[in-house]
Design a protein around this ligand. Sequence first.
Ligand code: ZN
Length: 191
Amino acid sequence: MLAGHFGVAGIIKAWRPALPMGALLVATQLPDLVFLPLAALGVESGEPAGPGLSGYGSLLITAEYSHALVGNLVLALLVGGLTHVFLRDRWGRDAGVVLGGTVFGHWLLDLLVHRPDLVVLPGGAGGLPLLGLGLWESPAVAAVVEGALVLAGALLYSWRTLRDHPSRARAQLYSAGVGLILVGSFLFDLL
Ligand SMILES: [Zn+2]
């Protein structure tokens, strides 16, 4: 799920336009941005959840550091705290709360779709039960949910940008760019 998280960024941008879209795009993907180098190093991985499974929603993900519940809470608090201290004058009084919540929203959305493969403590410490509501086990339903997030994100972002931006040509350019990112990443997820 790449596109669904980007969709959330579009929705939050429409709700809190003072937050830069670039910061929201990064915030919604932060745990996956930690996952990628760890996966390259072989510390974390994604494998088919069972024999014969492939394509959309087929992965069982081992991400005991980038996607640990407690680690993600700490990450969200860190991003929220730093935003509050350094950027609230530019991005708004509640920017820290919104951006921190956006970071943790990634884990919540992953919780919905992942099979039970999310650990509570980093490294799976304590052997606590694995979490995941497993919507990916019904790929068609998961794709509809993710598609709805993509559509809502693209439409709300475009609506707000076209309404508020002083330059109409630029607003159209931004809307087209974000639409391309959202739809492109959704096709990437599906294929
Ligand atoms: Zn993730």
